[in-house]
Design a protein around this ligand. Structure first.
Ligand code: PLP
Length: 399
C-alpha cells in the first residue's frame, strides 16, 4: 500500500469553489458575486494610489532582514491607534499586548491558540451564521465551539432578542467572537444603542469579547466610525481582543498584513502576553512578512498618505453603497413585490439576499451568476454594467 493512499481529497472550500466554477464558464454574460475581494466598476482588482505611493518610497531602500518575532513595531503602533483611537489611554499605559499577524486569519488563529494554551477550559461562542473559516480556525486550535443567535431570517436583520438571551444564558466569563463591523456574511450590524446594551450585558456576565475587524472603513467609509463597537466596549472598561486585517481596507489581500491585540490589566501583563504570542508564532512561521507591514506603517504614519487612504477607502465603500441602491431600485422597477429593503440596510461587502440554495443554483445554471449557495451576494462584484442583468435574474428566480 502506498504511504499516502488513505488520503482523500479535502472537501472544496465553498467560496474558492465558486471562483473555480466562474473561471471555467465560457459565457460572456457571466458574473462573479462570490468572491470577497473589492472590484472597481469594471470588475477589475484595485491597488490603491496610497499603496502605490508607499511602494515607490520603499523601492530600492528595503533590506530583506527578518522583522522581530512579533513583527514591525511601527506597524503595530499604527494599527493600535487605528483600532483603539489616536489618544487611547490603553496605548499610553502600554496595556495592550500586540503582534503583527498573517492578516486577519492569522490574528484569529493566534488568538485561538493562545486561548487553548492559557485558558484550556474555555470555549468560544461564534455567531450564526459567520465567516465559515471561523469554525475551521477554532476547530484546528482545538477550542470547543458554541454558537449564539445573530441573524433573523424573516426580517433579514439582527435577532437582537435572541442574541441578548444567548449572552445572558452563556456561563459567566465566556469568550465571544464578535464582528466589529460589516458582519460577514450577513451585512447586519447592531446599532450603536444595541452595542451599548451588548457591552453592558457582557459586563454583567464578565464575558470576554474578541473582535474580528476585517472591514474597518469598509462599512461606513470611515474607519473611526467603523471602530465604534470596539470603542463602546473600551469605554465600558472591558478587556478585549482584536484581530485587524488590511486585506480589504487597504486592498493588501495577498500581503497578509494584520495585527492581533489583547488588552491586559497592566503593562507587565501585556509584556508577558506578548511574549507568549510570539512563542506560539515561532514554531509556526517564526516571524511575519515585511513588505505589507512597511506599506501599512508608511501610509498610516504620513498625514498626506493617510488622508489619501481615507479618501480611497471611502471611495470603495461609497461605490458599494451605490450598487446596493441600484440593485434594489432595479428589482423594484422590474415589479418585484418582495421586500428588498435589506439590500440597502445591510452594510459592508456582502448582501445576505435571503435567496434559497435552489434559487442560487438557478442563477448559476440559467444566468451564469456565481455566488455561494447561502444566498450571499458580494456587492463588490456588482457594477453599473451588470446590475440590471443581475437584478433581472434575481427577479426571475424569486418570482
Ligand atoms: N474575518 C472575516 C469576517 C473575514 O470576512 C475575512 C476575510 O474574508 C477575514 C477575517 C480574514 O481575511 P484575511 O486573512 O485575508 O485578512
Amino acid at each position: 500500500a502506498s504511504l499516502f493512499g488513505h488520503v482523500e481529497p479535502a472537501p472544496k472550500d465553498p467560496i474558492l469553489g465558486v471562483t473555480e466554477a466562474f473561471l471555467a464558464d465560457p459565457s460572456p454574460d457571466k458574473v462573479n458575486v462570490g468572491v470577497g475581494a473589492y472590484r472597481d466598476d469594471n470588475g477589475q482588482p484595485v491597488v490603491l494610489d496610497c499603496v502605490r505611493e508607499a511602494e515607490r518610497r520603499i523601492a530600492g531602500t528595503l533590506n530583506m532582514e527578518y522583522l522581530p518575532m512579533g513583527g514591525s513595531i511601527k506597524m503595530i503602533n499604527e494599527s493600535l491607534k487605528l483600532a483603539y483611537g489616536e489618544d487611547s489611554e490603553l496605548i499610553k499605559d502600554k496595556r495592550i499586548a500586540a503582534v503583527q499577524s498573517l492578516s486577519g486569519t492569522g490574528a484569529c488563529r493566534l488568538f485561538a491558540d493562545f486561548q487553548r494554551r492559557f485558558l484550556p477550559d474555555s470555549q468560544i461562542y461564534i455567531p450564526t451564521p459567520t465567516w465559515s473559516n471561523h469554525h475551521n480556525i477554532w476547530r484546528d486550535a482545538q477550542v470547543p465551539q458554541r454558537t449564539f443567535t445573530y441573524y433573523h431570517p424573516e426580517t433579514r436583520g439582527l435577532d437582537f432578542a435572541g442574541l441578548m438571551d444567548d449572552i445572558k444564558n452563556a456561563p459567566n466569563g465566556s469568550f465571544f467572537l464578535l464582528h466589529a463591523c460589516a458582519h460577514n456574511p450577513t451585512g447586519v450590524d447592531p446599532t450603536e444603542e444595541q452595542w451599548r446594551e451588548i457591552s453592558y450585558q457582557f459586563k454583567v456576565k464578565n464575558h470576554f469579547p474578541f473582535f474580528d475587524m476585517a472591514y474597518q472603513g469598509f462599512a461606513s467609509g470611515d474607519p473611526e466610525r467603523d471602530a465604534k463597537a470596539i470603542r463602546i466596549f473600551l469605554e465600558d472598561g472591558h478587556q478585549i481582543g482584536c484581530a485587524q486585517s488590511y486585506a480589504k481596507n487597504m486592498g493588501l489581500y495577498g500581503q497578509r498584513a494584520g495585527c492581533l491585540s489583547i488588552v491586559c490589566e497592566d503593562e507587565m501583563q501585556a509584556v508577558a502576553v506578548k511574549s507568549q504570542l510570539q512563542q506560539i508564532a515561532r514554531p509556526m512561521y517564526s516571524n511575519p512578512p515585511v513588505h505589507g507591514a512597511l506599506i501599512v506603517s508608511i501610509i498610516l504614519n504620513d498625514p498626506e498618505l493617510k488622508s489619501l487612504w481615507l479618501k480611497e477607502v471611502k471611495g470603495m465603500a461609497d461605490r458599494i453603497i451605490g450598487m446596493r441602491k441600484a440593485l434594489k431600485e432595479n428589482l423594484e422597477q422590474l415589479g418585484s413585490t418582495l421586500p428588498w429593503d435589506h439590500i440597502t440596510n445591510q452594510i459592508g461587502m456582502f448582501c445576505y439576499s435571503g435567496m434559497t440554495p435552489e434559487q442560487v443554483d438557478r442563477l448559476t445554471n440559467e444566468y451564469h451568476i456565481y455566488m455561494t449557495r447561502n444566498g450571499r451576494i458580494s456587492m463588490a462584484g456588482v457594477t453599473t454594467g451588470n446590475v440590471a442583468y443581475l437584478a433581472n435574474a434575481i427577479h426571475e428566480v424569486t418570482k
